[in-house]
Design a binder for this molecule. Structure first.
Ligand code: HEC
Ligand code: HEC
Length: 299
């Protein structure tokens, strides 16, 4: 007995211990296998070459790359709120009342609010006295819609109860998306927005195609040509309240301001009307001729 004991030096000395050793020898590897399977299984949920190659899992993995593409020009534009634009730009004058600006939070605004949102927007876009057009911002950076929101913010902080302006339609195609960047106006009113986007897109393509044509002085033929290629984008249908071609009632009050005023407005732009109707390379004479052509059709 003692010989056998010495020979093996086994820790197992009793049948009970033997059973325990056999059970442990069986259970421990099983536990280890279970843990290993779990470990590998967990990995498989995110690993390549596994069932994790689903569209969703792939989308999640490439997400950082996709985020870069969100800044693409075709992506929906993020607009500043009225408060953001006010603080960034308008507050320079309107917080203190500098230069005679109506001070936010005071009765200065009452007569302005009384004239209505459209009237205030028109003045804010065109400028008036010491108020620079668009508060000094460029239409490339700040849309009419954002200016409108800033007006609503200021008016409502001064006793008004104006509604937020409707957001412009997001451009659907690359061509339309490129248009605002080219200085085309963005309509403030929701109803006009899609038509405006269409006109802006048309203008974006016209800008390069616009005729450097017929500098043969101011004549109705050259005017008609420019009208048909550029101005009709807005003036044929009355987009953004452009006075409609041939509409005597719409043109009469404008004609009354004198032909020089109209020539100037067409050359320099007026509110939603871009300078030269957006045809930057058209000659001054042709633009004036187009005005003459439009005026002659509305008399
Ligand atoms: C450089 C100073 C200045 C800045 C910047 C400025 N304004 Fe003004 N604003 C004025 C002045 C001055 C008037 C008063 C004009 C007048 O009635 O002769 C005014 C008037 C207005 C009015 C009232 C128009 C009306 O109906 O009589 C609105 C609306 C307005 N501003 C909007 C804005 C918005 C929106 C911004 C920012 C995007 C802005 N302003 C930035 C100086 C400024
Ligand atoms: C993107 C649209 C658009 C295009 C393109 C366009 N216009 Fe206009 N136009 C307008 C709008 C809007 C008005 C009204 C502006 C206002 O009174 O607020 C207007 C007004 C005018 C007026 C009246 C100005 C006044 O003093 O009352 C003339 C003249 C005019 N446009 C000429 C032209 C000519 C010429 C062209 C082409 C070379 C042209 N427009 C192209 C939108 C456009």
């Amino acid at each position: 007995m003692s010989e056998a004991h010495n020979e093996h030096e086994s820790p197992i000395k009793t049948p009970k211990q033997l059973i325990a050793a056999v059970v442990a020898g069986f259970v421990v590897p099983v536990v280890i296998i279970v843990l290993l399977v779990n470990y590998v299984g967990n990995n498989a949920l995110t690993g390549a070459g596994s069932s994790a190659m689903t569209e969703q899992a792939i989308a999640e993995r490439i997400a950082p790359v996709a985020k870069v593409e969100i800044k693409d020009a075709n992506a929906p534009r993020v607009y500043q709120t009225g408060e953001q634009l006010y603080k960034a730009v308008c507050a320079a004058c309107h917080a203190s009342g500098a230069a005679g600006a109506p001070k936010v939070g005071t009765a200065d605004w009452a007569p302005r609010i009384a004239q209505g949102y459209d009237g205030m927007l028109k003045i804010a876009l065109a400028g008036k006295g010491a108020m620079p057009p668009r508060g000094g911002t460029s239409p490339d950076d700040v849309t009419d819609y954002e200016i409108g929101r800033a007006i609503v913010y200021m008016a409502n902080a001064s006793g008004g109860k104006l509604q937020e302006p409707a957001a412009p339609a997001q451009p659907a195609s690359g061509a339309a998306a490129a248009a605002p960047a080219s200085g085309a106006p963005v309509a403030a009113s929701g109803a006009d927005a899609s038509a405006a986007a269409a006109a802006a897109a048309a203008m974006a393509s016209l800008k390069t195609a616009a005729p450097a044509a017929a500098s043969a002085g101011s004549n109705l033929e050259a005017g008609k040509k420019l009208y048909n290629t550029v101005c009709m984008a807005c003036h044929a249908s009355g987009v953004m309240n452009a006075p409609k071609f041939g509409d005597k009632a719409a043109w009469a009050p404008r004609i009354a301001t004198g032909i020089d005023t109209l020539h100037n407005a067409a050359l320099k732009g007026l509110n939603a009307m871009p300078p030269k109707g957006g045809a930057a390379n058209a000659s001054d004479d042709d633009v004036k001729a187009a005005v003459d052509y439009m005026v002659s059709a509305a008399k």
